[in-house]
Design a protein around this ligand. Sequence first.
Ligand SMILES: [Zn+2]
Length: 317
Amino acid sequence: MKKYLTIIAAVLSVILVVLIAVFALILNGTITIKPYNPVPIIGSADSPTDIYVSDEQSPEPEPETKKIVVLDPGHGKSSSLMSEDEKLAEMWIHNPNKGWGEWRHWKSGTTWTDCEGSGCTGRAPSNGSCWYRMADGDRDTEPEINLNNTLNAKKYLEEMGYEVRMTRNSNDENPSMTNRLVYCYKNHDTASQPDADIFVCIHSNAGGGRGSAYMSMSGLYDQAGTLPSEEYISESNRLGKLINDRIITETSMPAFSGGEYDGFPTTILFCKSPVPMAYLEIGFFDNQSDLSILKTESDSIGKAIANGIDDYFKEQN
Ligand SMILES: [Zn+2]
């Protein structure tokens, strides 16, 4: 009995030694293990036309899909300094009775069909009309402040991986609101579906007060945008609040009016934008304390805008 056990032990020892040796050779690379790789075979197995599919082809890299943000620095060159050709190129309209301006709305249920005063909701400021006078948008000081804050926001957004489109790049241009919205479309093709995700208007306030707020939209939105009316309004307001919250927590700018202006259903860009949009009034440029912050903390304001936009997309996921 003991003899048999000795033989079994010896056999097992030999097997063990062989296994260890094979394992060592595999580790060493002397022996390679070919993985089982089923290949489709056309024709007979030993035909010279056999086709082998290599397993070494790497998959196509996923195309990178960046979120697209349109940044709109409010206002620009004064209308009195622009030639007629410049105004026409910026899509301002000359109306024989009303002068230079643009229509506030598209016809209900459409985009890119101006209401021309009828076939729209008729929302307008009190004592106003569907027509917006170009000269009412003329500002001094503000265009430069808006552009600086916007360029800083662009810098941080691009660092975060967003695609950014600017509606103007200098203070020597002044696109109509309508012309600013063409940046929501790939190659400005307004006959296609908008490919931008959001539109962000960056302004500064004046007229008594201080601090930063977003304009909250309420009321009916009846343009043919990417979202149904209620969702367009709630997403637009969510975006505005997230950006303004970042501004008042990450810069010295206080909140104006609790950070939110209520009820601006008449703003042209709110009425006509095909994608959710935020409208920020960052500080009062006619208040010395706010003006000082706007001048010295523009980089932080830009970063706060970028962070707020990033919050919006992260909450969405
Ligand atoms: Zn109208």
